[in-house]
Design a protein around this ligand. Structure first.
Ligand code: IPM
Ligand code: MG
Length: 352
C-alpha cells in the first residue's frame, strides 16, 4: 500500500538536507518496494514569504492526511524582528500541537570517529547511548502567556493526563532497551508541576518492575550529563527542560549535525533533525544531511512500517562515515571534506 509523506523543507539548509534525504528515500523505496509518495508543503520562513504565515492552512490540510511528515529546519535572521506569533518557530509549535505530537525522542549517541573532536574525555563518553524523551505539547511553551508593559509571564501548566501519556511512553521505551533504566528529570524541590510529575512517575513505576527508575533535579541533570553521561539510558522530562538537556546531550555526539528526532503521539509522526537552519552555510551545498537521514530512518521504522529499510539506511550512513566521507562540520581535515551531494551519493552506493 502506498505511503504518503509530507515534505516540509523549511529554511536555511533545510531544502538541501531534505533533498539529499529524498534521494536516499527514493532508492530505498525501489529496493524495498515501499511505494512512497511525497507531497511538498510550505512551512516556516518559506511559508511566511509565500502565505504570510509559518504554518498556513494549505500545509495544515496536507500534514493531516499523510502517513508521516519530514521536516528540514526553520528560521533565519530575516525573521528575527517579527513578533512572536508570526515567527517561523511559532509554526513549529503549532504543527506539534495540531498533530498531537506530545512525545519527542532525541538520541544522544557517542560516535567514535568524533572522539578526538569532543570537549569530553573519551573514557567519559565512550559508549554513551541516551534517549531523551521530551514532553512536547504542554508546559511553559503552551501555558498562558502575557506581556503587560514592564510585566510578563509564561505559565507552566501540566495536567495528570499529559504527564501520564509521556511517562508511559518513556517506560515502554526503557523496558525495550538493554539497560532498562529511566531517569525522570524535574524540579520538584521548587515547582508544583514537577511534584505532580514525580507522583505520576512513582505511581507508574509499580507497573514496570523490570525498569530501574530514579529522579533527578534538572540542575543536577545538566551537570551529570557532562560529568558522567554513561549513567543515563532513557531520560523523561517536561518540555522546556527537555529542550535544554537535548541540546546539551547533543554535544556528547560531537555535533548537532548527527542528532535526529521523532515527534510522536498523534496519528502522524513528524521527523526532523535536532539542529537549526544554519543560515550561515545555506545554499553552499556543504550541509551535513546525517541528522535528516537518520530522522528518515526513524520515520521508516516508526511510521511507515519499514524496519528493514530503516536498518539499511542507518547501516549505509554508518558505513559512509566509516569509509571517511565526511562533511566539513565533522571532517577531521576540512580539506578532505565532501559536499552534501557527494555524501549522499556515497550513502546511495552503500545501499545498493
Ligand atoms: C527545538 C527548538 C524549538 C523548541 C524552537 C525552534 C521553537 O529549539 O526543537 O528544540 O524550543 O522546541
Ligand atoms: Mg531546542
Amino acid at each position: 500500500m502506498s505511503k504518503k509523506i509530507a515534505v516540509l523543507r523549511g529554511d536555511g539548509i533545510g531544502p538541501e538536507i531534505v533533498n539529499a534525504t529524498l534521494d536516499v528515500l527514493n532508492v530505498l523505496g525501489d529496493k524495498y518496494s515501499l511505494d512512497l509518495t511525497f507531497e511538498d508543503a510550505a512551512f516556516g520562513g518559506a511559508a511566511i514569504d509565500q502565505y504570510g504565515s509559518p504554518f498556513p492552512e494549505e500545509t495544515k490540510a496536507i500534514v493531516k492526511n499523510v502517513d508521516a511528515v519530514l521536516l528540514g529546519s526553520v528560521g533565519g535572521p530575516k525573521y528575527d524582528a517579527l513578533p512572536r506569533e508570526q515567527r517561523p518557530e511559532t509554526g513549529l509549535l503549532a504543527i506539534r500541537k495540531e498533530l498531537g505530537l506530545y512525545c519527542n525522542l532525541r538520541p544522544a549517541k557517542y560516535y567514535d570517529f568524533l572522539a578526538d573532536r569532543l570537549v569530553f574525555k573519551k573514557e567519559c563518553v565512550e559508549g554513551v547511548d541516551i534517549v531523551i524523551c521530551r514532553e512536547l505539547t504542554s508546559g511553559i511553551y503552551f501555558g498562558e502567556k502575557k506581556r503587560n508593559g514592564d510585566e510578563a509571564y509564561d505559565m507552566m501548566y501540566y495536567n495528570k493526563g499529559e504527564i501520564t501519556r509521556i511517562v508511559r511512553d518513556a517506560f515502554e521505551l526503557a523496558k525495550q532497551r538493554p539497560a532498562k533504566h529511566l531517569t525522570s528529570v524535574d524540579k520538584a524541590n521548587v515547582l508544583e508541576t514537577s511534584r505532580l510529575w514525580r507522583e505520576v512517575v512513582n505511581e507508574m513505576a509499580a507497573e514496570y518492575p523490570e525498569v530501574t527508575v530514579d529522579h533527578m533535579y534538572v540542575d543536577n541533570a545538566a551537570v551529570q550529563l557532562v560529568l558522567n553521561p554513561k549513567q543515563f539510558d532513557v531520560i523523561v522530562t517536561e518540555n522546556s527542560f527537555g529542550d535544554i538537556l537535548s541540546d546539551e546531550s547533543a554535544a556528547l555526539a560531537g555535533s548537532l549535525g548527527m542528532v535526529p528526532s521523532a515527534s510522536l503521539g498523534g496519528n502522524v509522526g513528524l521527523y526532523e533533525p535536532a539542529h537549526g537552519s544554519a543560515p550561515d552555510i545555506a545554499g553552499q551545498g556543504i550541509a551535513n544531511p546525517i541528522a535528516t537521514m537518520l530522522s528518515a530512518a526513524y520515520m521508516l521504522r516508526m511510521s511507515l512500517d519499514a524496519v528493514d529499510a530503516a536498518q539499511s539506511l542507518e547501516n549505509a550512513v554508518q558505513q559512509t562515515i566509516d569509509d571517511g566521507f565526511l562533511t566539513v562540520d565533522i571532517a577531521a581535515d576540512p580539506e578532505k571534506a565532501v559536499d552534501t551531494k557527494t555524501f549522499t551519493q556515497k550513502v546511495i552506493e552503500r545501499l545498493a
